[in-house]
Design a protein around this ligand. Structure first.
Ligand code: ASP
Length: 320
C-alpha cells in the first residue's frame, strides 16, 4: 500500500511538471520599436505617449477583467492608438514616396486560427476593424486597396477622406527621407491578449515605412510574419524592418519554437529577435503572451514603446 502511494505521488509530480497555472488574463501592447531614446523624443512627447499607452492599456485590461474576449480587447486597444497621431498607424500613419498613406493591419484568433488582414488602405479610419471584418465576414484572409475598403465599408467600417491622415510631423519626415533617399520609420502598433476563456488574440496595425515605393507591403498584414496567434502556444505582434520579419516568418517562428522545441515564450522570443534576426541585421521587436499568460517583450533596437498588465495586478508602461 505504501509503495503504491509513493508511486502515485511520483506520477502526480511527473504529470504536474509539464503544467502551470493559467492567469485569468494578460495583455501586452506595443507602439513601435526604433531609435526611441531621450535624444530623439522630447519629454513632452514622451509623456503624451505614456498617457496614450496607459489609456489603451486600461481599456484592454477593463475588457479582459470583466470577462470580455481577447479579440475585443485587441481591437479596442489598437483603435485607441490608431485614433492618435502619436503612432505610425491610423491617424498618425507615415507617408509613402508619392505623399500618400497606405495602411496595413491584421488580426488573428488563437482558438480557431482564423485571421484577417488588409493592405494598401487609404480611406478606412481604423484598419484593425477592417481586418476583423475580413476575418469574420469573408472566406478570405487578406484583402487589398479599394476592394478591401469597399468590403469593410459595406460591413460598417468608417470611411474618411484621405486628408484625415495628414499630419505635419509625418509630412516633414517624408521630405527629410526623400532628401536623404532613405526608407524608414518604425512606430507600428500592436496588442496581444489572453482572456478568461483561455483564448489568445493578436493584432497589428501600421502605416508601413516612410518613403516606401512601388506598392511595397511590410510584415504587419502578413500572418505568421508580423502577427500570429495559436492557443497551443502564444500570440505575437511585431514591429520593425518588415522585409526581415517576412523572410524570417518571425511571429510563427516564435510559436513553432514553443510548440516543437518546448522553449518558453521568453526563450523563443529572445532566440528569434536577438539570435536569428540580430545576426541577419534585421531590426525590431515583438510582444508575446503565451497560453498561460506569461509575457515577452524583446527588441534589438534602442527602444520599444510598450505596456503590459495581467490578472495578478502587474502593470507597466515604458517609453524608454
Ligand atoms: N513593420 C512595419 C513595416 O515594415 C514597420 C514598423 O513596424 O514600424 O511595414
Amino acid at each position: 500500500m505504501k509503495n503504491f502511494s509513493v508511486t502515485f505521488l511520483f506520477l502526480l509530480a511527473f504529470l504536474g511538471a509539464g503544467c502551470q497555472d493559467r492567469l485569468e488574463y494578460s495583455i501586452v501592447i506595443h507602439g513601435g520599436a526604433g531609435n526611441i531614446t531621450p535624444e530623439y523624443i522630447s519629454p513632452e512627447s514622451a509623456s503624451a505617449i505614456e498617457a496614450k499607452l496607459s489609456e489603451a492599456l486600461d481599456r484592454g485590461t477593463r475588457i479582459l477583467a470583466s470577462g470580455g474576449s481577447s479579440l475585443d480587447a485587441v481591437v479596442d486597444v489598437i483603435r485607441i492608438m490608431e485614433d492618435s497621431p502619436l503612432f505610425n498607424a491610423g491617424k498618425g500613419a507615415v507617408f509613402n514616396h508619392a505623399g500618400k498613406n497606405e495602411l496595413d493591419a491584421s488580426i488573428m484568433e488563437g482558438s480557431t486560427l482564423n485571421a484577417g488582414a488588409v493592405t494598401g488602405i487609404g480611406d478606412i479610419k481604423n484598419p484593425i476593424t477592417a481586418a476583423r471584418i475580413v476575418m469574420e465576414k469573408s472566406p478570405h484572409v487578406l484583402m487589398m486597396g479599394a476592394g478591401a475598403s469597399g468590403f469593410a465599408a459595406r460591413h460598417g467600417a468608417e470611411i474618411v477622406d484621405s486628408g484625415y491622415f495628414f499630419t505635419e510631423r509625418r509630412w516633414n519626415d517624408l521630405q527629410k527621407k526623400i532628401q536623404k533617399d532613405t526608407v524608414e520609420k518604425y512606430g507600428t502598433v500592436g496588442c496581444v491578449a489572453l482572456d478568461r476563456n483561455g483564448n489568445l488574440a493578436a493584432g497589428t496595425s501600421t502605416g508601413g515605412m516612410t518613403n516606401k515605393r512601388f506598392g511595397r507591403i511590410g510584415d504587419s498584414p502578413i500572418i505568421g510574419a508580423g502577427n500570429y496567434a495559436n492557443n497551443n502556444s502564444c500570440a505575437v505582434s511585431a514591429t520593425g524592418h518588415g522585409e526581415f520579419f517576412i523572410r524570417y516568418t518571425v511571429a510563427h517562428d516564435i510559436s513553432a519554437l514553443m510548440q516543437y522545441k518546448k522553449l518558453t515564450v521568453v526563450e523563443a522570443a529572445r532566440e528569434v529577435i536577438h539570435k536569428k534576426l540580430g545576426k541577419a541585421g534585421g531590426k525590431g521587436g515583438v510582444i508575446c503572451v503565451d497560453k498561460y499568460g506569461n509575457m515577452a517583450m524583446e527588441f534589438n533596437t534602442a527602444g520599444m514603446l510598450r505596456a503590459w498588465g495581467n490578472s495578478k495586478g502587474d502593470r507597466g508602461v515604458r517609453v524608454f
